[in-house]
Write a protein that binds this ligand. Structure first.
Ligand SMILES: Cc1cc2nc3c(=O)[nH]c(=O)nc-3n(C[C@H](O)[C@H](O)[C@H](O)COP(=O)(O)OP(=O)(O)OC[C@H]3O[C@@H](n4cnc5c(N)ncnc54)[C@H](O)[C@@H]3O)c2cc1C
Length: 505
């Protein structure tokens, strides 16, 4: 299996836009920077407007001084940079052509109190070998465990085909899909629930179509195998500063700390973005690359946008966010046991979903730990049931102590806890209702991880793809060649063969 070209430039079109044109990109996360970088490289005068003081959105990073005076860069949370994120990696190559800041993260264990660890890495890349290896190797997916499985649903996993799988499975909650799947509690917990919760919701609040699509993207249709990389230093130093430099070198302007208040049509087929505080920017093209609630709020505050883009406004109004997630970074007075993996997914706990040993991952944390003899851990709860950051942190610490007893008596030298609801939700029955890149408002495009794309891709990759598609729409309108996009094969091995398909024929 190889990466599949999803968009290729048409021969004969110029690389740069032939005329003089401009664009405003609202939102400086993965989606916004992907759109802005491509547009600026092609000669579009780009202004990026970002509400926060630093770029990055949910991948953002910013300076923080510890009580002991050490200056650290802290982040929104650990991210896994999977190797089939071809589009996002292509943008990251603008920061470092060799992607030298990405290092393989060895092992990807799922840990639980009830069952032995299960390592999901090292599977052969190509299906059906990847699936067979998963069954042969995984202690939780032995043959005994799948004898009760509903084979038609098992084949749905192997037969992913967006146009067919989405209508067939979208209305079903992922939890019900797993119930009907008939696998054991252990296989369900170790393989599927930890995976489903990494999409920021409980399996009952996630569409089965989304679960199957993501299983295809990460496991079965992934030419790269389930390995991933992570930056060896903080995201500000290796991603956001170099990408901002790249953008400005290509003539882009970045206005951070500038929240867009309204966007309204202006004279001469232009758009006016009013920024909190009164300033304004106008441009011919507008890319809205906000988080879901940000887009919904902006559309609510912008009557002119609603007037010329009623379908966009309706889709934006219908956007829902996932439950809050909690990210707690702890600076501890001691290290954890030497065998602990750098990143572990956790299953079976009410609150804790993953733990990352930052002092074994990123340079600033490594340095702090080496100086103090301590460790830096980050605990995540992706669909948090606790009411606030303090209670989420306390609960995650208790659950961690049950899994890693050496952390029970560790003294917390410092902690930084965040709790917010900014992730999109993909509930049952919602496919087809989310905003698309193209809109009915002339000159306006939407990008972000909540956007309906024509392809199957994981979260950061979805943001990057939607950003590039938004840029491509502008390039097409201006008569320039498209930026290429690659993805995983878009159909499973048995697409066209699954029982649901045959039933429909
Ligand atoms: C803890 C955590 C762990 C994650 N782990 C992974 C992972 O391992 N792998 C993966 O693929 N994905 C992961 N994700 C998801 C990933 O971070 C997101 O999918 C991605 O970063 C979304 O990028 P975006 O540009 O679409 O949106 P955002 O990052 O939300 O960017 C939107 C931007 O718009 C700005 N904005 C909002 N309103 C306004 C306004 N009015 N004016 C101007 N700007 C505005 C925001 O400040 C923000 O910067 C994780 C997310 C979290 C929170």
């Amino acid at each position: 299996m190889r990466p599949v070209p999803l968009v290729l430039p048409l021969a004969g079109l110029p690389h740069r836009v032939p005329g003089d044109t401009d664009a405003v990109v609202v939102g400086g996360g993965v989606a916004g920077i992907s759109a802005a970088v491509v547009l600026a490289e092609r000669g579009v005068r780009v202004t990026m407007v970002e509400a926060a003081d630093t770029l990055g959105g949910r991948l953002g990073a910013w300076p923080h001084t510890l009580p002991d005076g050490t200056r650290q860069i802290v982040e929104h949370g650990f991210h896994a940079f999977f190797r089939q994120y071809y589009t996002w990696r292509a943008i990251l190559r603008r920061a470092d052509p060799a992607l030298g800041f990405l290092r393989p993260v060895v092992g990807y264990p799922v840990i639980s109190r009830r069952w032995p660890d299960e390592d999901l890495t090292g599977l052969p890349a190509a299906p059906p070998l990847s699936l067979l290896a998963l069954f042969v190797r995984s202690p939780s997916l032995g043959l005994r465990d799948i004898t009760g499985a509903d084979r038609s649903l098992a084949l749905e996993l192997l037969g992913y085909h967006r146009e067919r799988s989405t209508p067939a499975l979208d209305a079903m909650p992922a939890g019900k899909f797993l119930d009907r799947f008939g696998i054991t509690e252990r296989a369900r917990s170790m393989l599927f629930e930890a995976f489903a919760r990494s999409f920021f919701c409980d399996p009952d609040a996630l569409s089965a179509a989304e679960l199957v699509a993501m299983f295809h993207f990460y496991f079965l249709g992934n030419p790269e195998g389930l390995g991933f990389d992570a930056p060896d230093t903080d995201y500000l130093s290796c991603i956001w500063t170099p990408l901002a430099d790249h953008l400005t070198r290509h003539g882009g302007r970045i206005r951070a700390g500038a929240a867009a208040d309204t966007v309204e049509p202006a004279d001469d087929h232009r758009w006016r973005v009013r920024v909190a505080g009164g300033a304004q920017v106008t441009a011919r093209h507008l890319v809205l690359a906000l988080d879901p609630a940000g887009l919904r709020g902006l559309a609510e505050r912008s009557p002119g946008l609603r007037r010329v883009g009623p379908a966009l406004a309706e889709r934006a109004a219908g956007l829902r966010v996932a439950p809050p997630f909690a990210v707690s970074r702890l600076w501890l007075d001691r290290d954890v046991a030497p065998g602990r993996a750098t990143f572990s997914a956790v299953t079976g706990e009410p609150t804790l979903d993953s733990v990352t040993c930052y002092h074994r991952l990123e340079e600033p944390s490594r340095r702090w730990a080496a100086t103090t003899g301590g460790s830096v851990l980050e605990l995540h709860s992706y669909a948090c049931v606790e009411p606030d950051a303090a209670q989420a942190t306390a609960r995650m610490r208790d659950e961690l102590a049950a899994l890693w007893p050496e952390t029970r008596d560790a003294v917390v030298r410092h902690q930084l806890c965040r709790y917010e609801a900014t992730a999109p939700s993909f509930p049952p029955g919602a496919a087809g209702a989310r905003p698309t890149v193209q809109t009915d408002a002339r000159g306006v495009r939407v990008a972000g991880d909540f956007v309906e794309l024509p392809w199957c891709a994981g979260l950061m990759e979805r943001s990057a793809m939607s950003g590039i598609l938004a840029a491509n729409e502008v390039l097409a309108e201006e008569g320039a060649a498209a930026e290429p996009v690659h993805g995983v094969p878009q159909r499973g091995l048995l697409a066209g063969w699954t029982p649901m398909t045959r039933r429909r024929r």
